[in-house]
Design a protein around this ligand. Structure first.
Ligand SMILES: Cc1cc2nc3c(=O)[nH]c(=O)nc-3n(C[C@H](O)[C@H](O)[C@H](O)COP(=O)(O)O)c2cc1C
Length: 197
């Protein structure tokens, strides 16, 4: 690990950050040792997902090991795993002493979650969701960005999974995703997405 990180840090002029899990499996949680190696190699911040490699995505993320990483290094530590609400974000920050949290799955189909995570738990702002007009705007802008960034053929493919995630939280006709999957052009996908509203 030291050799890999030193090579990366030495090869680029930008700050290098690292993202790791807590260890191989629950009896080999080596994240604090890896974090120290990373800090010595010149890594500038470290994110820890509170599961081991062997755990995959099963069970609950645990935060004690992230606390141990925070205690082991002086570079910023970012806590990750199962954070899906302002209350959970506040609890994880308190338990780990981390400098920040990272959110993955809870943002799929709900990219506005970042706006609510900073709100005081239990307030109206913490439960905020966009109205229909704003939701439509976010989805259409996201689709345009996918086509622009990846190019149309790949963007169209990637758009399918994102639209599926948006629909997890939106009312839609039963066969909508089947029609969306059948669309092979950006224009066709955009028209279908607009028809949701
Ligand atoms: C669809 C998907 C793609 C992911 N891609 C990456 C990736 O490219 N690099 C990475 O370090 N983690 C990746 N992850 C893991 C997440 O960054 C995160 O560590 C994990 O999902 C736990 O956080 P969460 O409970 O907030 O989702 C991915 C997760 C998902 C669900």
């Amino acid at each position: 690990v030291a050799r890999i990180l030193e090579a990366v840090v030495g090869a680029v002029t930008v700050p290098v950050t690292l993202k790791i899990r807590t260890g191989w499996d629950p009896s080999h949680r080596n994240a604090p040792a890896i974090a120290r190696i990373a800090e010595e190699a010149g890594v500038k911040a470290i994110t820890v997902h509170g599961r081991t490699r062997a755990c995959g995505f099963s069970g609950q993320a645990e935060y004690r090991t992230i606390r141990a990483v925070k205690d082991a290094v002086s570079i910023p530590v970012i806590a990750n795993g199962d954070i899906d609400s302002p209350g959970k974000a506040a609890a994880v920050l308190a338990e780990t002493g981390a400098d920040a949290v990272m959110v993955g799955r809870a943002a799929l189909g709900r990219p506005w979650i970042f706006r609510t995570l900073l709100a005081e738990p239990g307030t109206a702002e913490s439960g905020w969701t966009p109205d229909e007009r704003e939701t439509r705007g976010v989805i259409l802008e996201h689709l345009h960005d996918l086509y622009g960034f990846y190019g149309e053929p790949q963007g169209v493919r990637i758009a399918r999974k994102h639209l599926g995630w948006y629909l997890d939280h939106l009312p839609h006709p039963l066969d909508f995703m089947r029609s969306f999957h059948a669309e092979t052009t950006a224009a066709g996908q955009l028209a279908l997405a607009e028809s949701l509203f």
